[in-house]
Design a protein around this ligand. Structure first.
Ligand SMILES: Cc1cc2nc3c(=O)[nH]c(=O)nc-3n(C[C@H](O)[C@H](O)[C@H](O)COP(=O)(O)OP(=O)(O)OC[C@H]3O[C@@H](n4cnc5c(N)ncnc54)[C@H](O)[C@@H]3O)c2cc1C
Length: 385
């Protein structure tokens, strides 16, 4: 078969979610990826309860977290000093993307999507995809779920992202020989990167250690990563450091054009404070697929973007508030004050953990922060004993 209702480029969380959702509604879906699955993706692999509930809703069952580590505690650090050791926090699932993405991809195929993975794309139009081997598929709606360097976004807008506003992350996977993850805390370091943070996430057979932040604010991220590894007592040259772009709050207000939609990283849907992207990729994939299904049912594929944009309204509003709040959280004028409040206020620390765990949305967080702002400022200005 070469004619499809929907072609989805990219079979990560956004693409697999879109494919499963549309195929289950009886549409003819082609799922294209240059990689074969299981494939790895540079990522902390923090899978929140928000991700878990979207997974359940979209794929119809709970993710298998038997290969993951679930923690209910976390250590928060700032400039080499431990701010707090938190216990009884909402669950944080530390997954390997090789595993969790393969589960989503498997569900998409089981729902009826046709597998075109391991097939690099040579050319595309709004309604066709041609592979390097010359085969061509056609469709009525095209969904670009092909990540931060999206060729679909390039096709539509000339460039996948803006280098001035994009984020970047560096990571290593520290093996057991270097560090036993079972003895390591889940750790967040606020000052490890500017307009971002550092993380150490213990997994079953390794620890994912990384830093991420706005690329423009971190001109020498390699040196910052080396400093962070040293802080954690890890050698700087034992494991290859890998890097990947991250659309850190740089979402596209118009994620597509007529019958061509962008989802997940391709649409810039990453939380600009926590860096969480898996949940928003799945959700936007589902919303894009639903918009495509509705537009096709109405015999009006060109209306897909308008429908999708309407469905994305809440997510966009959330990200807009987060972009405003991040000036308070990461901006140099505010960060010290905020960290002082963090040191002293259990409520403040728990609010951050709820945010990291995907258990609070930004409108609610902004409301709670505004209510407490005068008290935090007074607390922060009080000399420490
Ligand atoms: C360092 C780092 C750490 C992160 N940590 C976390 C975290 O802990 N938790 C979290 O929730 N988020 C995290 N994120 C964000 C998260 O990784 C992304 O938001 C998420 O992967 C987006 O999913 P996606 O499906 O949109 O894209 P991807 O997962 O990037 O999938 C895109 C797919 O498209 C395919 N593709 C790309 N180009 C082409 C092409 N030309 N032709 C065909 N196929 C193509 C790729 O092979 C890939 O399979 C992190 C990101 C980085 C960089």
């Amino acid at each position: 078969m070469t004619e499809f209702d929907i072609i989805i480029i990219g079979a990560g969380p956004a693409g697999s979610a879109a494919a499963a959702w549309a195929a289950r509604q009886g549409l003819r879906v082609a799922l294209v990826d240059k990689a074969r699955f299981p494939r790895s993706k540079l990522c902390g692999g923090l899978f929140t309860e928000r991700s878990r509930s979207y997974f359940r809703e979209i794929f119809g069952q709970d993710p298998d977290l038997s290969q993951a580590v679930t923690r209910h505690n976390c250590a928060l650090w700032y400039e080499g000093e431990e701010l707090a050791k938190l216990e009884d926090i909402p669950p944080l699932h530390l997954t390997m993307r090789l595993d969790i993405d393969a589960q989503m991809f498997g569900h998409a195929l089981a729902a009826g999507a046709q597998d075109f993975t391991g097939r690099p794309v040579a050319n595309l139009t709004d309604s066709s995809v041609t592979f390097r081997d010359g085969d061509t598929l056609t469709c009525r709606v095209l969904i670009g779920a092909d990540g931060v360097s999206s060729i679909v976004a390039k096709h539509l807008f000339g460039a996948a992202f803006d280098t001035k506003t994009i984020g970047f992350g560096l990571e290593i996977e520290a093996p057991l020989a270097l560090q036993d993850p079972q003895t390591q805390p889940l750790r967040i370091d606020f000052a490890a990167a500017q307009w971002g943070y550092g993380w150490s996430f213990p997994k079953q057979g390794s620890t994912t250690v990384g830093i991420g932040g706005l690329r423009a604010e971190n001109p020498d991220m390699k040196a910052q990563m080396a400093a962070y590894l040293t802080t954690l007592g890890l050698p700087t040259d034992a494991v290859k450091v890998k890097g990947h772009h991250l659309p850190f709050g740089d979402f596209r207000p118009h994620p597509g054009r007529a019958s061509v939609l962008l989802a997940g990283d391709a649409a810039g849907l990453v939380d600009p404070i926590t860096g969480e992207g898996i949940a928003f990729a799945m959700k936007s994939g589902q919303l894009a697929a639903q918009a495509a299904c509705d537009a096709l049912l109405a015999q009006a594929p060109q209306t897909a973007l308008a429908r999708y944009q309407k469905a994305l309204k809440d997510m966009h509003r959330n990200l807009r508030i987060a972009c405003a709040l991040r000036h308070v959280i990461f901006g140099p004028r505010w960060q010290k004050t905020l960290m002082a409040s963090f040191r002293r206020s259990g409520t403040m620390r728990m609010m951050y953990m709820q945010l990291l765990a995907g258990q609070v949305e930004y409108p609610e967080l902004a409301r709670r922060l505004l209510l407490r702002l005068p008290k935090y400022l007074l607390t922060a200005l009080r000399p420490s004993r």
